[in-house]
Design a protein around this ligand. Structure first.
Ligand SMILES: [Cu+2]
Length: 263
């Protein structure tokens, strides 16, 4: 009990420092981009989220939170970029087979191929695009993600900083049976149903007003970091702390909204 209290006290103290705008020692990001994640057209997801990517040289730190996903099933998530892509989220005009849903491949002209796999552990390259045992499973429908030291090429770092990359979280449940299933197979891996890989939430990473952090401009709603349950979230630097608090506050609000919606 004493230890728990100590940890909470330290966590609160760091949170207070962060709210006062004193960033913890961390390499200053060259630039920061963020995305509002919204449901992919046609894919029946009622969810939302936010993602932030801090770029320091060739190294990324990614923070992400989303709600309204199929609970307790792996959700592959990536940063997509293609020089030839439109650098945006797909629309129903991209539904080339006209079945009313967008597959990952149908979205390709909008967001391009995978350049970063947002795995929780291990490799983060495009090789891990469907390493589904290393992605978040969205307990209760909520996804929370933070990872640093993600290495990318010069080209990819520049593209992300320039607002040309797109975050996509995959995994939908068309028939609302609470699991990935159905007869249609994934075009990416025929051993998986298309529900497991079709895009759920999407957002373009664009230049953030938070790049000048801390400057005291972020509204956290006063004392909101006190509600962060995992003190581990508080060690990622002041900017990440503030952003994390804002993210999870938003995710909770989103969940309340969804819960209040009779269906
Ligand atoms: Cu993807």
């Amino acid at each position: 009990m004493g230890r728990t209290r100590m940890r909470l006290t330290i966590g609160s103290a760091i949170g207070v420092l962060a709210m006062l705008g004193w960033a913890l020692p961390a390499a200053a990001a060259d630039s920061t981009v963020q995305a509002d994640l919204k449901p992919v057209a046609g894919n029946g997801v009622q969810g939302s989220g936010k993602a932030m990517v801090q770029i320091t040289g060739n190294t990324l730190t990614v923070t992400m939170a989303a709600t309204g996903l199929l609970p307790d099933n792996p959700h592959a998530a990536h940063i997509h970029f293609g020089a030839e892509a439109r650098h945006e989220c797909p629309n129903l005009g991209d539904d080339t087979d006209k079945d009313g849903h967008l597959t990952t491949t149908e979205g390709g002209p909008a967001y391009g191929p995978v350049v970063v796999s947002l795995t929780k552990t291990g490799d983060t390259s495009a090789k891990s695009v469907l390493a589904i045992d290393r992605y978040d499973t969205a307990p209760g429908g909520d996804l929370q993600y933070e990872r640093g030291s993600i290495q990318v090429s010069d080209e990819v770092a520049a593209a992300i900083a320039a607002g040309k990359s797109v975050v996509v979280i995959h995994g939908v449940d068309y028939d609302h049976d609470g699991a990935y299933g159905g007869s249609k197979k994934s075009e990416l891996d025929p051993s998986l149903p298309t529900e497991a890989t079709d895009p759920a939430l999407c957002g373009v990473l664009t230049a953030s007003q938070m790049s000048g952090m801390p400057a005291g401009g972020v509204q956290t709603g006063g004392g909101s970091t006190a509600g962060v349950e995992d003190p581990g979230l508080l060690i990622g630097g002041g900017a990440a702390v503030l952003f994390g608090a804002a993210l999870f506050g938003g995710a909770l609000i989103g969940r309340r909204k969804l819960a209040g919606r009779a269906s």
